[in-house]
Write a new protein. Structure first.
Length: 301
């Protein structure tokens, strides 16, 4: 890696660590939303660096759909032990059991959209006033509208037209009772930046991100990893394929790509040649042209 790349990654890291420290200084009850994916893993890693030798001053929060990849859950638990940080789990299954949400039915059913209610209930239960997340502006057009400090009203909703100005590195965390902020320290990073940083820092990731064999099937042009939680349509037949994930979420909506990349260097080369966006493999984003923005306005991360 060239000295230019190193200095550029160091600049991005410095900016993100500055944001993490601002969160710790401005808010009373912050948390880091953790999915087991690469971006939230990078944030957990940088949180350790930001506050060392002191422990990470906020818990990791995982909104568990109950339909997660087993590899992601195993990785999450191992990372929690490694970091020595507290884990709080919000359960979508509990939200279903208590009548807070109604589970979808049919072949397109997914618990991904149900996470919003569970997340907002978890925020209210623990009185979190800042929720750190790994979203980046390059991922999707709705996320490109976010600021570093993104205000949410008393109902956890987002108004993209009513955000605070951010001049230089001045972040305004002032809020009314019951409101909170979503904070995105990786806003200025790209997918390639994240992978180069992971390579440079030697950060471990779930095995899902590397080539492996898994039963998969095509649906409406998207290659999906098959699971017992999915209802197949007529003509859909899972076949064993060599694939990897570019993003990690609920098993029912996470697409995969055909891949032979077994090492970080291979993944980086593959992404450099790809003509598909990172979230182009996410089936939940294809429900409508404004699927992500609609969910974010309701409180989705």
């Amino acid at each position: 890696m060239s000295s230019y790349q190193l200095s550029y990654l160091e600049e991005l890291e410095s900016e993100s660590i500055f944001v993490l420290r601002e969160v710790a200084s401005q808010f009373e009850r912050p948390m880091l939303l953790f999915s087991g994916g690469k971006d939230s893993t990078v944030l957990a890693w940088m949180s350790k660096k930001a506050f060392a030798p002191a422990p990470i001053p906020y818990p990791l929060v995982h909104i568990d759909t109950g339909h997660n990849f087993p590899e992601a859950i195993e990785f999450r638990d191992n990372l929690i032990r490694l970091l020595g940080v507290r884990l709080i789990v919000g359960s979508v299954q509990e939200s279903i059991d208590t009548g807070r949400v109604v589970e979808e039915k049919g072949p397109y059913a997914s618990r991904n959209v149900l996470q919003t209610v569970t997340l907002l209930d978890t925020i209210e239960k623990h009185k979190f006033d800042a929720c750190i997340g790994g979203a980046r502006r390059d991922e999707e057009k709705a996320r490109a509208k976010e600021r570093f400090f993104s205000h949410r009203d008393g109902f956890g909703q987002w108004d993209p037209k009513n955000q605070r100005p951010e001049l230089w590195n001045i972040f305004n965390g002032k809020k009314a009772q019951g409101e909170h902020f979503r904070v995105f320290p990786l806003s200025n990073w790209t997918e390639m930046d994240v992978w180069n940083y992971i390579l440079h820092e030697k950060i471990e990731l779930p095995s899902l991100y590397f080539s492996h064999y898994r039963k998969c099937f095509y649906r409406d042009g998207t290659l999906l990893a098959w699971s017992e939680f999915m209802t197949l349509k007529e003509g859909e037949k899972p076949e064993m394929m060599r694939v990897r994930c570019r993003t990690v979420g609920d098993m029912t909506c996470t697409g995969v790509t055909i891949s032979n990349a077994t090492a970080l260097e291979d993944v980086i080369k593959e992404i450099a040649l790809s003509r598909t966006t990172e979230r182009g493999t996410r089936f939940d984003d294809k429900r409508s042209d404004t699927a992500m923005e609609d969910r974010k306005k309701e409180g989705y991360f």
